[in-house]
Ligand binder design. Structure first.
Ligand code: NAP
Ligand code: MG
Length: 400
């Protein structure tokens, strides 16, 4: 069979543990036999990150800026335990955090749905994508434990000499205090990424804050979204999609009653909380994809889950695993589709579609990994190990 040709390489970011094992299996079984694969390879496995003093992560982010489309395997974010496990020189920062900040990107998470796994919310007919603003607010806040009576003030000292001061609270006894911020630049990037991705998916976008309470803070988010939307208004109209703003509590109520099929843009904390709710309500973390989109339209595709450490330790002991590769496969198909669109390669786009369709064929026949078995209704699941499950997808991909 003639392999599908590529023009521009994908930026390939390899990773850790069980997902690294799946990564190789996916390439060997589902990609290389079908595509004349061109990638620029970066090994973001923890060993190599440590060897390069994390330079490899920076290089991979720069390559993404250069080429525009990357696909990433899950990676370990080191903690104290990993320091000893891998004998690390330093507790390197989360690669996802580094890449996200270098690309100034927004993360969009979408569940992969199948008919035999119905969402916990019966109204939902289509996936809901969550966009989380990944900068600032409580995640970059400072806080103080107040131990005695006293005055808490919010002070801003401008470079011009301008000074603004407000009393936050006059404490009569112990309490707690927090200061947080965001920047116009970051909110604007978030808005651009959201509107761009909405046009990409041809789906409407919802955004919600609490600007009735946080009039200046959340009010600024709302204003910037409105300003930025003005640039996209005509394109939205042409695509038949809309931008819808409401209050966060109203949004939550409407999301529950909706049939899905839209993007929900969330402030940092809302996105943190709501993405876990959405993924759980749709089924399994192993069926959640994640795309990082920069305001200038660079894309990095990955699975939302981690390196599945528990399965990896079993694998190392020679035990069989049944780890779900679907979200990682969809990271590849997403990247191929985007690359195919950018390079005007309909065959590559078609391969991405067929690869996803082969996954659906497999799942719809009831062939699954262990994590999905208990969630399925109306089909008798046949649980496969990791390798056999990928082989089953390959069989169906070859038939297409
Ligand atoms: P995880 O790797 O997502 O796994 C948590 C649990 O979820 C697993 O033990 C497994 O449950 C289930 N699970 C997740 N993905 C699955 C899949 N594909 N197939 C089957 N089951 C799946 O999260 P974690 O254990 O908290 O984190 C492990 C490592 O991943 C950490 O070092 C963390 O830093 C890293 N991480 C990386 C990323 C990223 O690169 N994007 C994201 C999150 C975490 P059972 O054990 O019950 O089968
Ligand atoms: Mg969370």
């Amino acid at each position: 069979m003639k392999k599908i040709q590529m023009i521009t390489p994908l930026v390939e970011m390899d990773g850790d543990e069980m997902t690294r094992i799946l990564w190789k299996m996916i390439k060997d079984e589902l990609i290389i036999p079908f595509v004349d694969l061109k990638t620029e390879y970066y090994d973001l496995g923890l060993v190599h990150r440590d060897e390069t003093a994390d330079q490899v992560t920076v290089d991979s982010a720069n390559a993404t800026k250069k080429y525009g489309v990357a696909v990433k395997c899950a990676t370990i974010t080191p903690n104290a335990k990993r320091m000893t496990e891998y004998n690390l020189h330093q507790m390197w920062k989360s690669p996802n955090g580094t890449i996200r900040s270098m690309l100034d990107g927004t993360v969009f998470r979408t569940p992969i749905t199948i008919p035999s796994i119905s969402p916990a919310v019966k109204f939902w007919k289509k996936p809901i994508t969550i966009a989380r603003h990944a900068y600032g607010d409580v995640y970059k806040s400072v806080d103080i434990r107040v131990e005695e009576p006293g005055v808490a003030k919010l002070v801003f000292e401008g470079e011009s000499g301008k000074r603004e001061e407000q009393i936050v609270h006059t404490f009569k006894g112990p309490g707690v205090l927090q200061g947080m911020h965001n920047t116009d630049a970051s909110i604007r990037s978030f808005a651009h990424a959201c509107f761009k991705y909405a046009l990409d998916l041809k789906q409407s976008i919802w955004f919600a804050t609490k600007d009735t309470i946080a009039k200046k803070y959340d009010g600024r988010f709302r204003e910037i979204f409105e300003e930025v939307f003005a640039e996209y208004k005509d394109a939205f109209a042409a695509a038949g999609i809309e931008y819808f703003y409401t209050l966060i509590d109203d949004a939550v109520a409407r999301v529950m009653r909706s049939e899905g099929g839209f993007i929900w843009a969330c402030k940092n904390y809302d996105g943190d909380v709501m993405s876990d709710m959405i993924s759980t309500a749709f089924g399994s973390l192993a069926m959640m994809t994640s795309v990082l989109v920069s305001p200038d339209g660079k894309y990095e595709y990955e699975a939302a889950h981690g390196t599945v450490t528990r399965h990896y330790y079993k694998h190392l002991q020679g035990e069989e695993t049944s780890t779900n590769p679907i979200a990682t496969i969809f990271a590849w198909s997403g990247a191929f589709r985007k690359r195919g669109e950018l390079d005007n390669l309909p065959e590559l786009v078609n391969y991405a579609d067929q690869l996803e369709a082969a996954c659906f064929d497999t799942l719809n026949e009831g062939i699954v990994t262990k994590d999905l078995a208990n969630l399925m209704e109306g089909v008798t699941p046949q649980v496969k190990n990791s390798a056999d499950f990928i082989a089953a997808i390959r069989e169906r991909l070859e038939k297409r």
